[in-house]
Design a binder for this molecule. Structure first.
Ligand code: TYD
Length: 142
């Protein structure tokens, strides 16, 4: 499946009460230039979002606070990734159906994306998604 889990560089303070700083750079640490950043806050425990795939968009998701489960489906199989640490990043290539499920209230989902927003890049119908990936139109690749 065309995703990868990456460890974001994290710098710890000598006194842990000062917290930790995590960092990544476009191209150097993730496989694309960053054109867009968005984030989802204020969702309750159990909330499910996503239910779509992208035709060309590459993304990297991380959860700086809380716990969010990411269900991935490439049209052939399904896998689950738990974003449960600020230092964990999930790189998603195009052609993956994703559901995001909030496992703790107020968990924050941050996403960096390779393209500006385009509604035409979304596939929101699951049968259309299956046709897209199974017809070999998925140009992604890690
Ligand atoms: P969507 O990507 O469907 O979010 P989720 O899968 O988490 O529910 O986006 C929700 C709404 O926000 C949808 O109407 C599109 C809009 N939106 C933008 O206008 N710009 C953006 O960059 C994004 C990500 C979403």
């Amino acid at each position: 499946m065309q995703y990868s889990i990456i460890q974001l560089k994290t710098i710890y303070h000598e006194d842990s009460s000062y917290g930790a700083l995590s960092v990544f750079e476009g191209v150097n640490d993730i496989p694309f230039e960053i054109k867009r950043i968005y984030y989802i806050c204020g969702a309750d425990d159990g909330i499910k979002r996503g239910m779509h795939a992208h035709k060309e968009l590459k993304q990297m998701m991380f959860c700086p606070y809380g716990e969010i489960e990411i269900e991935l489906d490439d049209g052939w199989s399904r896998e689950i990734v738990l974003l449960d640490k600020p230092s964990k990043g999930l790189v998603l290539m195009p052609g993956l159906w994703r559901n995001m499920i909030w496992r703790k209230k107020d968990s924050v989902l941050c996403v960096v994306a390779s393209e500006y927003y385009s509604s035409s890049d979304y596939i929101r119908d699951y049968d259309a998604f299956l046709a897209f990936v199974q017809d070999g139109n998925n140009n992604g690749g890690l």
